[in-house]
Design a binder for this molecule. Sequence first.
Ligand code: HEM
Ligand SMILES: *[C@@H]1O[C@H](CO)[C@@H](O)[C@H](O)[C@H]1NC(C)=O
Ligand SMILES: *[C@@H]1O[C@H](CO)[C@@H](O)[C@H](O)[C@H]1NC(C)=O
Ligand SMILES: *[C@@H]1O[C@H](CO)[C@@H](O)[C@H](O)[C@H]1NC(C)=O
Length: 361
Amino acid sequence: MATNLAALVVLAAFLAGPAACEGASICFNGWLRLPTYNPWLCSRGSRTRGLPWQRGRSPSGLGLGHGYYDNRWSRSYCPRAEVIVRGAVRDAVAAYPGIGAGLIRLFFHDCFVRGCDASVLLTTTNSNNSDTEREGLPNKNSLRGFEVIDAAKAAIEAACPGKVSCADIVAFAARDASYFLSNRRINIRMPGGRYDGRESFANETDQLPGPFSNVAELQASFAAKGLTSDEMVTLSGAHTIGGARCMFFSSRFSEMDPAFAAKLRTQCNGNDDTNVNQDDVTPYVLDKQYYRNVIDRKVLFTSDAVLNSTDTMTQVRENANRAGAWERKFERAMENMGKIGIKTRADQGAEIRKVCSRVNN
Ligand code: HEM
Ligand SMILES: *[C@@H]1O[C@H](CO)[C@@H](O)[C@H](O)[C@H]1NC(C)=O
Ligand SMILES: *[C@@H]1O[C@H](CO)[C@@H](O)[C@H](O)[C@H]1NC(C)=O
Ligand SMILES: *[C@@H]1O[C@H](CO)[C@@H](O)[C@H](O)[C@H]1NC(C)=O
């Protein structure tokens, strides 16, 4: 009895203890190479909902619509909005395909933190916070493509001021980058109607799964946003384009295909900040090659390699082998990701930003 009571007191003290994310090192575990992970240590706040026994509901996307800017009689009429974004993305990707990878990732990092509300673009906020998501460990010196969003926004503001949100521009840009990088094989039906948020905090980027995450952590972080394990596997296929820094995978050369590891060792040459292609086979094409790479041990991160677990390997094989299967699933999963935590006109503290990097006055 006494020991039970003592245990209860310790537990209660622990649960009532200080906020979860003091030790940034603990809660950014998936981003830092640490020996152990204890979800309870990071369980206050959004992560709680991510534990496997507390799955989030699939995002409804209520308030979003296809052709949202095409209705002549609505307050959001801006028929050239999507055309302008597509042009900006086409030019940027033609000049430099890596930017397309950046735009797809920007959308993921926006949607997973505070929902798809362009909080990832802010450098200053309603509370005058400048330690925004951009400063967070997963984003700093890593996200790219901001200038494409800004160029599209400027052109859209010139055509129809105050109508099109930065959040929708990010979503359309990810759709269009997927289209061009897949040689037009991936056509995401991306609805519009998101409003922009007015806050952004660096510490909330710990909700993003990290390269050292295991399969349970990956599933939990996606479940916290209402996405399934299958969607997690499907969306991970985006690692068939773009690059990554050596610091995130140089600890696991010995687990990789030896020839692949040898090539990476040479490229990295002991430098943590060197950037290498994620997909060694078709580095600039958004295709299903990623899943063949998982099977062949030619992927970079722990979070990629662990998809060979019994829970996910069936999907990996199917995506690798069946033509068109992954592409269709990717279209749906991206559309679904675009519904996470969206804000609409009815929401307090939501707006159509004039400039994507700062809130309206
Ligand atoms: C499943 C969990 C995921 C983890 C742990 C993860 C982690 C990472 C890491 C560590 C990098 C390299 C960053 C750097 O070196 O600076 C990266 C790059 C990238 N990720 Fe992910 N990611 C995940 C899921 C996704 C998803 C869902 C998408 C999009 C649908 C995505 C798209 C990308 C792209 C396109 C790049 C290359 C970016 C560029 O070249 O600019 N990732 N990811
Ligand atoms: C995150 O940072 C903000 C301000 O930058 C702070 O108010 C908040 O308490 C922090 N949250 C956590 C969980 O540490
Ligand atoms: C933020 O700064 C502006 C101008 O510098 C000021 O008017 C406003 O009251 C500040 N807001 C907060 C929440 O501190
Ligand atoms: C998954 O791959 C890793 C190395 O990348 C290996 O150590 C592990 O045994 C594999 N697991 C299964 C179930 O095949």
